[in-house]
Design a protein around this ligand. Structure first.
Ligand SMILES: NC(=O)C1=CN([C@@H]2O[C@H](COP(=O)(O)OP(=O)(O)OC[C@H]3O[C@@H](n4cnc5c(N)ncnc54)[C@H](OP(=O)(O)O)[C@@H]3O)[C@@H](O)[C@H]2O)C=CC1
Ligand SMILES: O=CC(=O)O
Length: 337
């Protein structure tokens, strides 16, 4: 009986500090839950997708596979080709995508590119108008998100920030976690699309809260990875088997999927890119700025950030963020000379 009532009212509303509200949707665990009888996803209209990198490509691909009418754009045009073969349409600029679509998603690298694609020349804002929506799923800082939101809403369109937690595989599997904030009616309108791409969605109130939530989560993740890398190297130094360390960690209270997923390849010094190291360092940099804005010390994250900076200087920016372990190895070598 309890389970039935849970299913009948899947969304829980919880009060959140700073006068906003938190809506926790549990309905999104199944993308089929939002499918309509016509085989669509319960969203009427054309959907644009800007930015087809590691994350954007599988997200757009899942929307196409779910039957959505998708129009894509990417700075490097060749990355559109796999999507076009799945049935997507192409437009030659973000402005043209936005003007031909009802709702446009953007998945860009960083604050600079997210701003440029939304607000620059031929940017999405130029194609926006009342009745349209812009959903920025990139990881950016709250100030950038607010600037983008202001520019988009100045056209009469609606704006939602919706950064995601979850990496390449969750993006491929439609299992992302959306951290949304901004226009609540746009949130409700695009919920069926979020449900295709993700397993859950949080509505966090005012623009900036989604960005802040994402930065907090990635600040923790970046520090955890550094601590894990230190543990692996220390265990090796004292003669323990690193694979056994990974296994022991996986069975205890500090188990995290990230450790079991990345540990075995880290032991082999292999770092196939799921989450680029340069993006993890960007998130730590933005989290440090967020912390500074409220005078909150985050010394562990600050130390972790320094290590990711070293890793970048070693040419590891485009490797997976687990390659941060190489920066520790380099430190050991330099201390021995
Ligand atoms: N990978 C992951 O595991 C996760 C990533 N994120 C976040 O999602 C976002 C995208 O990540 P991901 O897909 O991995 O990154 P990628 O580096 O694979 O893709 C970045 C995208 O941004 C585009 N881009 C970069 N600079 C510009 C610019 N100046 N103008 C126009 N387009 C530009 C790239 O275009 P081009 O192809 O031309 O280079 C590409 O489409 C980032 O904010 C990241 O922090 C969030 C969760 C997980
Ligand atoms: O932003 C990265 C992630 O894995 O989430």
């Amino acid at each position: 009986m309890a389970a039935a009532s849970f299913l009948l009212s899947p969304r829980v509303t919880l009060p959140l500090r700073r006068g906003s509200r938190l809506l926790v949707s549990c309905s999104a665990t199944s993308s089929s839950s939002s499918s309509d009888a016509a085989g669509g996803v319960g969203f009427q209209g054309r959907v644009g997708f800007l930015g087809l990198g590691i994350m954007g490509a599988p997200m757009a691909s899942n929307l196409i596979k779910a039957g959505c009418d998708i129009t894509v754009w990417n700075r490097t045009k060749s990355k559109c080709d796999p999507l076009l073969s799945l049935g997507a349409k192409f437009e030659s600029s973000p402005a043209r995508v936005a003007s031909s679509c009802d709702v446009t998603f953007a998945m860009l690298a960083d604050p600079e590119s997210a701003f440029e694609v939304a607000c620059g020349a031929n940017g999405a804002a130029e194609g926006m108008a009342a009745g349209k929506g812009y959903v920025d799923v990139s990881t950016v800082d709250d100030a950038t998100s607010k600037l983008i939101g202001k520019r988009i809403t100045s056209t009469g369109a609606s704006f939602l920030e919706a950064p995601v937690s979850g990496s390449k595989k969750p993006a491929e599997d439609g299992l992302l976690i959306f951290l949304t904030a901004g226009d609540e009616s746009l949130y409700k309108r695009v919920a069926p699309l979020l449900d295709v791409m993700g397993k859950s969605r949080f509505y966090l109130g005012d623009v900036g809260n989604g960005a802040a939530m994402k930065l907090v989560v990635n600040m923790v993740m970046g520090s955890m990875m550094v601590s894990f890398a230190e543990g692996l190297l220390l265990s090796e130094k004292v003669g323990l088997d690193s694979n056994t360390v990974v296994e022991v960690i996986s069975q205890g209270a500090i188990n995290a999927p990230m450790f079991s997923l990345k540990g075995p390849s880290m032991v082999k010094a292999a770092y196939p890119t799921a989450f680029p190291l340069k993006h993890q360092q960007k998130d730590l940099r933005l989290a440090l700025a967020l912390a500074e804005s409220v005078s909150q010390p985050i010394p562990t994250a600050a130390a972790a950030n320094e290590l990711y900076k070293v890793a970048k200087s070693l040419g590891l920016a485009d490797h997976d963020f687990s390659a941060v372990i190489e920066a520790l190895k380099a430190k050991v070598q330099s201390s021995q000379h």
